[in-house]
Design a protein around this ligand. Structure first.
Ligand code: IPM
Ligand code: MG
Length: 353
């Protein structure tokens, strides 16, 4: 099992460091893992002149899975767009064909008070957002800033092909089948033709999954329903941009964006695994970041790419256990719990394994 490790920027190296320690602990119990580290994002721009260097590309293509921290930082915001860290992330997603982004949002009972919503609204929350990751307005052409009639205009293109919609819909229906068999597809078909096609194709794919109950929702309503009554959802499927926004929103229901892992998969089982949060430059290097989303991403990697269900469940069980023991990083801390830093949280998870 070959893993390409990309710590990235900001808190990335700290949180990935803990996830790697957890994987090493499992390796010493017999899991055959090989890990090699490379550069992605701002650190890659600094050291290799571009956000997704050739050496990283080679390693990532050869590996079975990629474990990523986060990329980006304010010092890179003024670089030309093709040199920005985010371009590295979008580049690796596209290069590896990682079109299916799975973002589970579940509330640990221990963290019910960390949510900004009332406990009765979020208790037991467990939803899965399936976000298309290699198409949509993120990659559509034409794009750019140009001059028309003497003033600048900014242009992006929202575009989806039938095939792109079909394959992500299949992933979402498949995921729904393994859960409570309810799928909500999110679009903006009242305004955008692109998403009219989305709705039509998803409806068509539904015929192959008669056992899954499909519903459709407009994205503005979905954003509202997520904070009004989030437990009505089981699996949600949507395009790249709506999925970006809704998954951040969903993460807050669970108390902290620092808790949520993600998997980005191709059509053959290869995956990139990363926390859904960013590089948090404001707390980078302080040893206080929450490593749990990255540790849980490593668990998703063991499950989805390596079919190591037992090892994955061991990590998830250990995370539950440390929360039960009262360990909290600053983002999920409340009075009466034990505040710990990044490394102590890693120690606690390893001890709980
Ligand atoms: C995410 C992030 C990225 C995205 C950024 C960093 C490019 O917000 O993974 O959700 O927009 O996809
Ligand atoms: Mg995002």
């Amino acid at each position: 099992m070959k893993i390409c490790v990309l710590p990235g920027d900001g808190i990335g190296p700290e949180i990935v460091g803990q996830a790697v320690r957890v994987l090493e602990a499992l390796r010493s119990d017999g899991l055959k893992l090989e890990m090699e580290t490379a550069l992605l994002g701002g650190c890659a721009v600094d050291q290799a002149g571009e956000p997704y260097p050739e050496a990283t590309r080679r390693l990532a293509r050869e590996a079975d899975a990629v474990l990523l921290g986060a990329v980006g930082g304010p010092q890179y915001d003024t670089l030309p767009r093709e040199k920005r860290p985010e371009r590295g992330l979008l580049g690796i997603r596209k290069d590896l064909g990682l079109f299916a982004n799975l973002r589970p949002a579940m509330l640990y009972p221990e963290l019910a008070n960390a949510s900004s919503l009332k406990p009765e609204i979020v208790a037991g929350l467990d939803i899965l957002i399936v976000r298309e990751l290699t198409g949509d307005i993120y990659f559509g052409e034409p794009r750019g800033i140009e001059t028309r009639d003497g003033q600048r205009v900014g242009i992006n293109t929202m575009i989806y092909s039938e095939a792109e919609i079909r394959r992500i819909a299949c992933v979402a229906f498949g995921a729904a089948r393994k859960r409570s068999r309810r799928l909500c597809s999110v679009d903006k078909m009242n305004v955008l033709e692109c998403t009219q096609l989305w709705r039509d194709v998803v409806t068509d794919v539904a015929r192959d999954y008669p056992d899954v109950e499909l519903s459709h929702m407009l994205v503005d309503n979905a954003a509202m329903q997520l904070v009004r009554n989030p437990k009505q959802f089981d699996v949600m499927v949507t395009g790249n941009m709506f999925g970006d926004i809704l998954s951040d929103e969903a993460s807050m229901l669970t108390g902290s964006i620092g808790m949520l892992p993600s998997a980005s998969l191709d059509d053959k089982g290869k995956g990139l695994y990363e926390p859904i949060h960013g590089s948090a430059p404001d707390i980078a290097g302080k040893g206080v970041a929450n490593p749990l989303a990255t540790i849980l991403s490593a668990a998703m990697m063991l499950r989805y790419t390596f079919s190591q269900e037992t090892a994955a469940a061991r990590i998830e069980g250990a995370v539950k256990k440390v929360l039960g023991q009262g360990y909290r990083t600053a983002d999920i801390y409340e009075a009466g719990t034990k505040k710990v830093g990044t490394k102590e949280m890693g120690d606690a998870v390893i001890a709980a394994l």
